[in-house]
Design a binder for this molecule. Structure first.
Ligand code: 4AD
Ligand code: MG
Length: 477
């Protein structure tokens, strides 16, 4: 007799055999029915206890949250909604769970409460489903790149460069806090941070990924990135995971094709492999929708939304076209935008992005050719001298999912741009070398993994799709 997972037991027609299972009690009803879960599936298996032949002391220890080891016979179930159940022959309590203090009771908890108990929240259906989907999406991402000839590269976490030039970095320092080195003016000399170099946590692996693209051709990174922005929104984290492909000899049009194909592929993967979790999350969302006024309810269910993205082309729109749409529109009859777009060159706020994807086009939108002065220094300048080959992919319900570009491959143009932005050439001498030795057209993008998980699970807050969220409020775990 071999120990099996609940997913395995529920997926096969193998009744009337002895089985052995370990898991956590979700509920125990009428001194007889245990709903057991082991994390392998959203579904519990019902274990029927022969209470007359089980000691009273053991029965008392079968409480929500307890870890148990059950031996019994797998039998066809008479109960509704389950094909099989286990008739328990023996039960061992591996770990007690005090019902008075165990925070995860069999009832609806608020997501705020569960965030404070992030170490236990994956004992709930919602969070276990989200984490299984997160895992599946990670696998699908590696699978996609592997099958398409990309190499997986690890880029540094501690780095001396600010890839985005936005200054949103966490300093990394091994300075002696009690006795820090001082500069001539008597201030702490942070230039000594990391054995004599000023360093920070990476905001993006892109610049290093470019070095690999310029030798291995097609590469990607998938790792943690850090942003010291104090944004308390439902879409920002201080620590998040980013997927960044980078490809030599590929232009912006190729970059858009790659991003679209990639996203469709990983989303199809979960439609095929994570059906039960998606159906569970979909029904959770339907319940939530019922509490809203009719006009605000979503027309599509979670699975329909994912299918829609997989089956339809993303709309490709230039920044200039988008501005024309936004300039003379009102999001609804009464209310205008908080920030009115008056002029070409203005940066889009999330309300504008949402209007474009959710009201105007009603599908994912790839916005491209942005004004140079609102985008990062490394983007390829267009022939018009004022726009760059940038692209952002906007998703309904999420906003910006992807940011990418064709990179500036011309040494002189790049140097000029850096000078205008006061970026020290010496800091990025190695990056400039790529333009000196065998430069070529190349492009890539960054996809915020948690935003993809939000879309795929329908979760409304980014803090609920990462195991331990790092935000200005959440850092104790
Ligand atoms: O648009 P961003 O800043 O682009 C870059 O970092 C480029 N170097 C990527 C590249 O071309 N290789 O970030 C890329 C994506 C965003 O579109 C968003 O999905 C996500 O990363 N992102 C965040 N996700 C969660 N929390 C934050 N604070 C995020 N900041 C960006
Ligand atoms: Mg961006």
């Amino acid at each position: 007799m071999k120990s099996r997972t609940i997913a395995d037991l529920l997926s096969k027609e193998n009744t009337l055999q002895d089985v052995e299972i370990k898991g956590w009690v979700r509920t125990f009803r009428a001194n007889r029915f245990i709903a057991l879960n082991d994390g392998s599936t959203i579904n519990n298996i019902q274990c029927v206890v022969d209470f007359e032949n089980t000691e009273e002391t053991t029965l008392k220890r079968i409480t929500t949250g307890a870890a148990v080891h059950i031996k019994g016979t797998l039998t066809e179930s008479q109960g509704k909604g389950q094909s099989v159940e286990i008739h328990v022959k023996s039960i061992e309590i591996l770990g007690d769970s005090d019902p008075e203090t165990f925070p995860i009771q069999p009832k609806k908890h608020s997501f705020e409460f569960l965030r404070e108990n992030a170490h236990l929240r994956t004992r709930t259906n919602t969070f276990s489903a989200v984490m299984r989907l997160r895992s599946s999406l990670s696998f699908a991402i590696h699978k996609y790149f592997n099958e398409n000839g990309f190499y997986y590269m690890h880029t540094p976490i501690i780095t001396g460069s600010d890839a985005e030039g936005a200054g949103e970095m966490f300093r990394v320092s091994n300075l002696d806090a009690k006795n820090p080195p001082l500069d001539e003016a008597g201030n702490v000399n942070y230039k000594e941070d990391f054995f004599g170099k000023e360093t920070n946590l990476t905001v993006s692996g892109q610049l290093e990924a470019e070095t690999f693209a310029m030798s291995l051709g097609k590469v990607y990174t998938f790792g943690p990135t850090f942003r010291a922005e104090n944004s308390n929104t439902s879409r920002h984290l201080a620590e998040f995971w980013m997927i960044e492909p980078e490809v030599a000899f590929m232009d912006l049009a190729g970059n858009m094709d790659l991003a679209e194909d990639f996203m469709k592929s990983v989303l199809s993967y979960i439609l095929e492999h994570n059906r039960e979790d998606l159906e569970f999350l979909e029904s959770r969302l339907l319940d939530e929708e019922k509490t809203k006024p009719q006009a605000e309810r979503s027309e599509m269910s979670l699975i329909e939304k994912i299918k829609f993205v997989v089956d339809n082309n993303f709309k490709r729109v230039s920044y200039t076209e988008a501005i024309d749409i936004l300039r003379d529109c009102k999001p609804n009859k009464k209310k205008k935008f908080k920030y009115i777009i008056e002029e070409w060159g203005a940066d889009l706020q999330s309300e504008h992005e949402r209007y474009l994807v959710e009201k105007h086009f009603n599908c994912p939108v790839i916005l491209f050719d942005y004004p140079a002065n609102i985008k990062a220094f490394y983007m390829r300048l267009n022939e018009d001298g004022k726009t760059v080959r940038a692209m952002d992919i906007l998703f309904p319900g999420i906003g910006e999912m992807v940011g990418g570009s064709q990179r500036e491959e011309r040494l002189d143009v790049l140097k000029e741009k850096m000078k205008a932005l006061d970026i020290d050439e010496e800091e990025l001498w190695w990056y400039l070398d790529l333009r000196k030795y065998g430069t070529a057209v190349h492009s890539g993008f960054g996809l915020g993994f948690e935003r993809l998980v939000m879309f795929a699970t329908g979760m409304g807050n980014i803090r609920d799709v990462i195991p331990f969220p790092r935000t200005p409020q959440n850092a104790e775990f």
